[in-house]
Design a protein around this ligand. Structure first.
Ligand code: KIV
Ligand code: ZN
Length: 518
């Protein structure tokens, strides 16, 4: 049976990165783009070039480096945004401009445009984009809550003005599968010129139906699915790339569509996105969750041993998970570590390997067996050589009759500073010590601890999210000592917040579109 091709459009670096707290550094964005390109994603939405100098630079560099993916930038419906977007993507082998405007009654009210005024703006801006680039995507934001007649009218205008892809966003995760399929099917059937363009689906997961809605849209005729790694995205997130790609692979019998994605690269990129975004993957997340291939109950294990298909619809290897493998220990050398990291999908340069080896040895001294998950946690430490704040030492005194005390030495801009602070528990005392040494106005939004493996010597992974004047940064760390991991994660979040302070652009917002500055 010949299968139709469905294009995979990844927007982890735009819609995903836009979610509060998920901001990535320049180097991280380049790394994720490279992984997406290598895994065979067709189109990478690399950012929103007008949003800030940083976004512009990231999109331009991703465009210049991309080997085979089309590189796309986002632009609101005004010439300034579109020109800036074109500047950023034009050096790609295959560039695309993606321009959009909110077409539902609620979104039309924001720029206060009548239906006719908006229709004219769509015509003018898509024409302008098409005069710059022969690959133009247009989106009526909040399409699923736009009046049917008006949606048909503006889609036709965009096609006539030269759009080559029409994306139908379910911006607020409102639609349901049958409606999603029907919407695309009717647009293709009823809008003049619809047969000449690719229809795309872009779903959000507010009601937990993003993947189902995307697959239904494909059944209705969409041939591009917009998605993010791990479903990263604002609120409940976007459609998860790994879910769509694996559903099409596993259920090719009822959904006969191919993607160009090498599914064996899914696990690695999922881990990298979780690390750099600071958004951990929930344990029971489909495809990439820690428990997605774990079979704990006796009856399941018995069935699995006899025939793995009893309880598995896909093989762990299909997404790049190696089968059960032996843990490393304190006698394992550099070569064993390199082999294990390669098996896990990491190809480190010699200097990076040296750095990980030192940390691995330190961990192996404290922990008898170092499992794959321990190594992943080790690699997910976000510390960088440019960090302004570094933890030098920490000693915490605990007791049943508190308060707890933390003695800390921290390096701040190259100078050591020390203090002793008390608090309500060891973590509170530690955080108070950091604050005493480096005073800041950031608010702690999230503090989360999870064990990497089983046993009392297991490492704890700690995530910390901080907020300062609307800027959000997430820090992560892992250690066999939960309090040390907490201190490092807190300091890591502060370091990232300091970078964010410098990067702050004019604060353009995709959803709250302002046309005044257009
Ligand atoms: O969800 C949405 O509507 C978007 C658009 C900018 C395409 O992300
Ligand atoms: Zn979106």
């Amino acid at each position: 049976m010949t299968k139709d091709r469905v294009l995979i459009f990844d927007t982890t670096l735009r819609d995903g990165e836009q979610s509060p707290g998920a901001t990535m550094t320049h180097a991280e964005k380049l790394e994720i783009a490279e992984l997406l390109d290598e895994m065979g994603v067709d189109i990478i939405e690399a950012g929103f070039p007008i949003a800030s100098e940083g976004d512009f630079k990231a999109v331009s560099e991703i465009a210049a480096n991309a080997k085979s993916a089309t590189i796309c930038g986002l632009a609101r419906a005004n010439y300034k945004d579109i020109d800036r977007c074109w500047e950023a993507v034009k050096n790609a082998k295959s560039p695309r401009i993606h321009t959009f405007i909110g077409t539902s009654p609620l979104h039309r009210a924001i720029p206060n445009l009548t239906q006719d005024e908006m229709a004219e703006r769509i015509h003018d801006t898509v024409t302008h984009a098409r005069n710059l680039c022969d690959n133009v995507q247009w989106s009526p934001m909040d399409a699923t809550r736009t009046e049917w007649d008006y949606l048909c009218r503006v889609v036709e205008i965009a096609i006539k003005a030269g759009a080559t892809t029409i994306n139908i966003p379910d911006t607020v995760g409102y639609t349901a599968p049958a409606e999603s399929a029907d919407l695309i099917k009717r647009l293709i059937a009823e809008v003049p010129g619809a047969g000449d363009v690719v229809f795309a689906t872009h779903c959000h997961n507010d009601l937990g139906m993003a993947t189902a809605n995307s697959l239904a849209a494909v059944a209705g005729g969409a041939r591009q699915v917009e998605c993010t790694i791990n479903g990263l995205g604002e609120r409940a997130g976007n459609t998860a790339l790994e879910e769509v790609v694996m559903a099409l692979k596993v259920r090719g019998d009822i959904m006969p569509y191919d993607t160009g994605v090498d599914t064996r690269k899914i696990m690695n990129i999922s881990r990298r996105v979780a690390t750099v975004s600071g958004f951990a993957v929930q344990f029971n997340k489909a495809i990439v969750g820690k428990n997605a291939f774990a079979h704990e109950s006796g009856i399941h294990q018995d069935g699995m041993l006899k025939n793995r298909e009893t309880f598995e619809v896909m093989k762990p290897e299909d997404i790049g998970l190696s089968g059960t493998s032996l843990p490393l220990g304190k006698h394992s050398g550099r070569a064993a570590l390199r082999a294990k990291l390669n098996e896990l999908g990491f190809d480190l340069a010699d200097n990076q390997l040296n750095d990980v080896f030192v940390r691995f040895k330190d961990l192996a001294d404290r922990k008898k067996e170092v499992f794959d998950d321990d190594l992943m946690a080790l690699l997910s430490q976000n510390e960088s050589g440019d960090d302004r704040l570094k933890l030098k030492s920490l000693r915490v005194v605990c007791g049943t009759d508190g308060p707890q005390t933390a003695e800390m030495v921290m390096e701040i801009d190259g100078e050591d500073a020390s203090t002793t602070a008390t608090g309500d528990g060891p973590v509170d005392a530690t955080f108070n010590a950091v604050k005493a040494l480096f005073n800041h106005g950031a608010r702690l939004q999230l503090y989360q601890v999870s064990a990497v493996t089983e046993g009392t010597d297991a490492q704890a992974t700690v995530s910390v999210r901080m907020e300062e004047e609307g800027r959000i940064a997430t820090g992560q760390s892992a250690d066999t000592d939960t309090v040390v991991a907490s201190a490092k994660a807190y300091i890591n979040a502060l370091n990232r917040l300091l970078v964010r302070r410098q990067q702050s652009g004019p604060g353009y917002d995709v959803k709250g579109v302002s046309y005044k500055d257009a």
